[in-house]
Design a protein around this ligand. Structure first.
Ligand code: ADP
Length: 404
């Protein structure tokens, strides 16, 4: 069964074509700088390793997805011969609100709800919808499925997802914690269960997704019970360019005393803060290198970054009561020996004991255990794969017969 996964963002489209029967990626690509004067399409046929790069303006999402379709259908690529070969398309959709807690076959009503949720994710949901509209035109025979970033967190109890603000703001306006990166947290939870040879239902996990965006989730019996991103992805951990946790009074102060507009404050906290605001760089590799060369700002940024993660681990140990495993995933979680050490070393009295030799050797694209024998909590590096998870959830909907 061939499943295409599309992640249609505001100015880019990422895609992967899976042959799920063989669990392989047939082709993948990235359409960048949509709507700008210089656009680019990069397409790779995985079996041959052949890469094609088109440097040309991409007018809009329709243009970008048509380029993708042409490349997938190219006579010499051997990927697909007709659009009808693609059984289903899994679309990443950022915000599903309280309406979607499961992957969902896309209908006109589903699209209308995704549109209604756009005020919650003004950059993402409209772009996701554009991807859906164009994919329906180009692949009319394929079942279109939406897989939501927020869905996994819909199991949180009210005591975790409610903010202590007047009830009407929740009841009438949906002001609450939604949480994001759900596809990744669920994927690594399942991988952890498989690795530990246990059922997801029997395990309590803390999953740390540390990429450019970062979030950490308490997973009890296969269900999210708390997560660090909130109403939007701005909350929680320190990220590449986002501040994470911040007293909202700072916003009032910036507005009243510094005369900043709401749009400027939004930009400041989402795009100019986090590691970038602290050091001038948002890539953790650069910051680690600078810290090694004695740069105090870089060293402090690393300490703040790890300390914030540690505080959440402590909080989620309290929320879960018993923790079987701590999982590190995404770019930083899978690759940074330093961050994993700085997070775990001070936690040994809580039963999280890292083995530094295993930590240094780990993270080669495989699931790796990096705790020492006396650790009560297993510490795992698990490479995430959100696209595969979206493909599998999409395929599961098809085979469950939910589709007529
Ligand atoms: P995204 O959220 O964009 O999908 P990724 O999960 O790919 O991000 O993570 C990107 C980040 O991972 C980079 O900004 C970089 O800071 C970090 N990273 C990648 N490789 C390493 C490494 N070897 N050491 C430290 N950090 C790394």
């Amino acid at each position: 069964m061939k499943i295409l996964v599309i992640n249609s963002g505001s100015s880019s489209i990422k895609y992967q074509l899976f042959d799920l029967a063989r669990r392989v990626v047939l082709a993948s690509g990235l359409v960048e700088r949509i709507g700008e004067s210089a656009g680019r399409v990069r397409h790779t046929v995985v079996a041959t390793g052949a890469e094609q790069v088109l440097n040309r303006p991409i007018v809009d999402h329709r243009d970008g997805l048509r380029r993708m379709a042409d490349l997938l259908l190219a006579a010499n690529s051997g990927v697909i011969a007709t659009p009808g070969e693609i059984a289903a398309i899994g679309h990443r959709v950022v915000h599903g609100g309280e309406q979607f807690s499961q992957p969902t076959v896309i209908t006109e009503a589903v699209k209308a709800t995704i549109r209604d949720l756009s005020p919650f994710a003004p950059l993402h949901n409209p772009a996701n919808l554009q991807g859906i509209d164009v994919a329906e035109e180009i692949f009319p025979e394929a079942t279109q499925v939406a897989v939501f970033d927020t869905a996994f967190h819909q199991t949180m109890p009210a005591m975790a997802y409610r903010y202590a603000v007047p009830n009407d703001l929740y009841a009438k306006h949906g002001i609450r914690v939604y949480g994001f990166h759900g596809t990744s947290h669920w994927y690594v939870s399942k991988r952890a269960a498989a690795y530990l040879d246990a059922s997801a239902e029997s395990l309590n996990l803390i999953t740390a997704h540390l990429g450019n965006g970062a979030s950490i989730t308490a997973v009890q019996g296969g269900m999210s019970v708390d997560t660090s991103m909130g109403f939007s992805p701005l909350d929680g951990l320190i990220m590449g360019t986002r501040s994470g946790d911040l007293d909202p009074a700072v916003v009032f102060y910036l507005s009243e005393r510094l005369g900043m507009s709401l749009a400027d404050i939004d930009k400041l906290l989402n795009k100019q803060s986090g590691l970038l605001g602290l050091t001038g760089a948002n890539d953790l590799r650069d910051i680690e290198a600078r810290a090694q060369h004695g740069d105090n700002a870089a060293q402090l940024a690393l300490e703040m970054y790890a300390y914030r993660i540690r505080k959440y681990i402590g909080a989620y140990m309290a929320a879960l009561g018993r923790v079987d495993a701590l999982v590190f995933t995404a770019g930083v979680g899978e690759n940074s020996v330093t961050v994993r050490r700085m997070v775990c070393e001070p936690l040994s009295y809580l039963g999280i004991v890292l083995d530094e030799a295993l930590n240094r050797a780990g993270g080669s694209g495989m699931v790796t255990a990096i705790h020492s024998a006396e650790s009560r909590v297993q510490i795992l590096i698990i490479p995430t794969n959100e696209e595969l998870e979206i493909a599998e959830q999409t395929a599961a909907l098809l085979t469950a017969g939910t589709v007529s």
